[in-house]
Design a binder for this molecule. Structure first.
Ligand code: SAM
Length: 259
């Protein structure tokens, strides 16, 4: 299956035995991949279920594909990980979206941190959102994800503290923890995570967290954690988090089940 092109199609386009594909995906199927009737593709619905499909009809603006089988695979991380990323400079946020999607993030929240140099007003954000959604969709197709991560509107600290009430565990990667001998270990947090829990991870911008921010995050139940002893760039930190959780749940445990 792994060589087949994957498309993310709204569940409303699925019927019992076929999928109606519209929009940019039609162009990709007919012009980029030059598929024909009888060719196979994989269609993922909103719930992350993947169907092996056979193209049965190609019209000007739609492609119809028969559902041949529902695939049981899931490559989603066992924990739902939301990255609240301190808005970084330039286009680093796009890099974090792409790499974070490959590493299994469930959701991204641009966080207007106290030391974020870039300020995203609503107009600026609306313009960016289209590009952001294209990045996570393409990265999901490339990495054979079952689901496309969601991207929420930018939040300030108050909104983020409020949002954190929807999560089982909330942490913030606190650089000051990398500068002290007795630090809060990220490993302990991961060890206590349970499959299907919702984890919220807040990462600071290039300038890090202000003391006031750190205090308010702690008071609201965010655990400050260290991401190793080195100071990572803001765009590296989220990737360290996602890779660590993947290793713990998807590789380390796999070894155990091989024994
Ligand atoms: N200006 C800060 C300083 O000099 O200490 C560094 C901020 S760092 C470039 C950007 C963000 O990455 C931090 O706010 C934190 O969220 C995260 N980060 C980087 N290295 C980290 C580490 N070793 N432990 C925890 N968080 C880290």
């Amino acid at each position: 299956m792994c060589g087949l092109q994957r498309y993310f199609i709204s569940s409303s386009n699925f019927s019992d035995n076929e999928v109606i594909i519209t929009g940019d995906d039609v162009h990709h199927i007919t012009r980029v991949m030059r598929n024909h009737i009888g060719d196979k593709i994989i269609c993922n619905n909103d719930e992350g279920k993947a169907a092996l499909c056979r193209i049965s009809l190609i019209a000007d603006n739609t492609v119809t594909a028969e559902i041949e089988a529902w695939l049981v695979e899931s490559v989603e991380q066992p924990v739902n990980i939301t990255i609240a990323q301190g808005i970084p400079k330039g286009d680093k946020f796009e890099l974090i979206l792409q790499k974070g999607t490959e590493l299994g993030a469930t959701c991204f929240i641009p966080y207007q941190a106290a030391r974020s140099v870039s300020l995203w007003d609503d107009k600026k954000q609306a313009k960016k959102m289209k590009r952001f959604e294209k990045i996570v969709k393409e990265a999901s197709e490339q990495s054979h994800r079952n689901k496309v991560p969601t991207i929420k509107k930018a939040m300030n600290l108050n909104a983020l503290l409020n949002e954190s009430k929807n999560y089982d565990v909330a942490i913030f990667a606190y650089e000051e923890q990398a500068k002290v001998a007795h630090y809060q270990s990220f490993g302990r947090i991961i060890n206590e995570l349970l499959p299907n829990q919702n984890l919220l991870v807040c990462i600071g911008p290039e300038g890090g967290f202000s003391e006031n921010e750190a205090d308010l995050l702690k008071e609201s139940g965010f655990h400050p954690v260290r991401l190793g002893p080195r100071i990572l760039r803001t765009e590296t930190a989220a990737l360290y988090v996602l890779a660590s959780i993947s290793y713990h749940f998807e590789e380390l445990r796999c070894d155990e089940c091989q024994q």
